[in-house]
Ligand binder design. Structure first.
Ligand code: GLN
Length: 407
């Protein structure tokens, strides 16, 4: 479709929706689709529309306003053809689930990293971002928490991009371990079972930018997070880092155990590797940021807001496969069975879920169940999957009683 045809069709569709096409009408349309003044995707047009709040928008003005904008995107927005067409309905569902669970206090704060038990246990946030950049968040979505195990898919993706699949899997397996995330165990070949448990993530760290300084290696990880989330607000929690390092006997033990089995690449330095792992776990984000990171995963490695390709689709495919089978600790089998989506949780109380080609969702609620997953986070996901046909195999049932997220 030519640019003119796109403009004409967009204008015509808006004119059908109202008797008086004003700036305010178009702004409302954009807000309802899941964008606000803070979204980089729509900020320019929303600002330009401020000057036309009550006035009639003629076709000429419309063309002037959309000059330099992504017309194809706006055409889909105005025609209600973004990936989640009924975004307002989705937001209502999330709001409902949020209020149903607001008083839920099941679970306990973790104690094995002393600093992690100092957070307010009642915090609760849900955030979502679609592959078109539509966003919604509710609750304590600005509250910061450490990535902890949620950094593991990113570490694996970085190791894959740099070294390729064959090299990486000479050093780490891809089977669920069937054990706790920090169990002192390796597979039959003396390698960590997969990159989603502690031993595997320590191994990923050993393969990331070995020739750079410790500072350079850490920066390499935070740069990837900034690109994945379009955020400069990736911070570091030094108290958690120190607390974890002081109490990391098990992770040191895993490191030595792997070294004994000659699992590491030849030139890896054990102490630098462990330090990088502790630092990576102490990187802080909030639910809003993590939902965008998950959306970049859902969007095959390309940030849905900036359109920057951070990881190759092949890397993301491998990463999602392992998140699907191993992302939820020793609950991964049950999770794949009942939720049917790739996800990763962390002991800080976050979970992010990827609905491929549709959206990323992050839930933050610090109380954990016995296996170390956010108890309320799991409950949110169960309710979402009950309502929407997003389980990997829902398509087989053609679930007439479930809502289709994508219309
Ligand atoms: N940093 C934590 C550890 O190494 C990460 C564990 C987790 O989030 N499950 O034990």
């Amino acid at each position: 479709m030519s640019l003119n045809a796109q403009l004409e069709s967009s204008y015509a569709v808006l004119m059908q929706q109202t008797d008086k096409l004003t700036g305010a009408f178009i702004q409302q349309k954009i807000y309802k689709a899941g964008f606000d003044q803070r979204s980089d995707k729509t900020i320019n047009l929303l600002e330009k529309l401020d000057l036309h709040i009550k006035s009639d928008i003629t076709y000429d003005v419309f063309c002037e306003l959309l000059k330099d904008e992504d017309i194809a995107f706006y055409q889909r927005l105005f025609e209600e053809r973004l990936v989640v067409p009924d975004f307002a309905g989705f937001c209502e569902s999330i709001q409902e689930i949020y209020s149903q669970l607001q008083l839920d206090q099941k679970g306990k704060l973790p104690t094995y990293i002393p600093e992690l038990k100092k957070v307010d246990p009642d915090q609760f946030a849900i955030a979502a971002c679609t592959v078109d950049g539509q966003q919604f968040h509710i609750g304590d979505y600005k509250s910061r928490f450490c990535m902890q195990s949620m950094i593991k898919p990113v570490l694996y993706a970085l190791a894959l991009e740099e070294n390729g699949i064959h090299y990486v899997h000479k050093h780490v397996g891809r089977e669920p371990s069937g054990r706790n995330f920090n169990e002192l165990t390796l597979n039959d070949e003396g390698l960590p079972h997969n990159p989603m448990i502690n031993a595997g993530a320590i191994m990923s760290c050993a393969m990331i930018k070995k020739r750079l300084s410790p500072a350079g290696r850490f920066k390499h990880i935070t740069n990837a997070l900034s690109d994945l989330s379009n955020s400069h607000k990736i911070t570091f929690n030094n108290a958690v880092y120190n607390s974890e390092k002081e109490t990391a006997d098990r992770n040191y033990a895993l490191g030595y155990f792997m070294r004994e089995h000659k699992a590491f690449p030849k030139d890896a330095d054990l102490h630098r590797t462990l330090n990088l792992y502790f630092q990576a776990c102490s990187i802080e984000v909030n639910s809003e940021i993590l939902a965008i990171i998950a959306a970049s995963f859902a969007n095959a490695g390309t940030n849905p807001i900036t359109q920057k390709e951070v990881f190759k689709p092949e890397t993301i495919k491998n990463c999602l496969s392992l998140m699907y089978s191993c992302g939820m600790y020793d609950y991964s089998g049950e999770w794949a069975f009942s939720i049917g989506l790739p996800a990763k949780s962390g002991v800080s109380g976050g979970i992010y879920v990827v609905i491929p080609d549709v959206m990323g969702i992050c839930i933050y609620s610090p109380r954990l169940d016995k296996l170390g997953n956010s108890a309320r986070g799991i409950e949110v996901c169960k309710r979402l999957v009950e309502r929407y046909n997003v389980h990997n195999y829902d398509s087989i049932l053609r679930c007439p009683n479930k809502i289709s997220l994508t219309g």
